[in-house]
Design a protein around this ligand. Sequence first.
Ligand code: PGA
Length: 224
Amino acid sequence: MIFAANLKCNHTRASFSEYVNIIEDAFLGDDIYVFPPSPAFLMGNFSFNQGAQNFYPAKNGSFTGEIGSDMLEEFKISSVLIGHSERRNLGESDEILSKKFEFAKNKGYKIFYCIGENLQTLKDGKRDEFLKSQLEIIDLKYPNLIVAYEPVWAIGTGESASFTQIAETLGFISNFTDAPLLYGGSVNALNIAQILSIKECSGVLVGTASWDAQNFINLIKNCE
Ligand code: PGA
């Protein structure tokens, strides 16, 4: 199972160092990915994969405020999130997402590509059509791809999608790709085991419930 922690805009380098110490002491066996904010990146060899929440599709250059692959690779980072709804909301278009995808693919990075519909799209019965359009802009055969289904209405709301909704949607997505599929959106200690019991589900992308290291460890241990 894949357990990914999206720390979003939380943790300084000092607090992330403590976070990492707690994670390292827990000897988590599974496939663990932690995405801290970039100023908190740490040097070192860890038992988990440190990933980047964001990057600019260039090695370096005149891109004020951006993070190029040189900066990621200094920290041995080769796992990235692309398409998170919070980045899409800030204006990341399909065009920039495809550029990021192509760049990360050429680098051989592990790509966590996030897709998900908002509440209106769901209510209008257009979920599948919408998800298909988000999938169409990337190479679904890329071997280092992981697709995370994160319905926008379930992110940070405390209200995860239901078992049936997740099972149905991951089933739909699996028609288009053989990549491992994750679910994200208010995953917590109470719902994680059931979510992971879904046939097409290979893991979870966790926000809020991962910000405290012990909480994240408990989530993982709950499922063992
Ligand atoms: P959440 O966030 O667990 O707080 O809903 C998930 C995510 O945004 O990846």
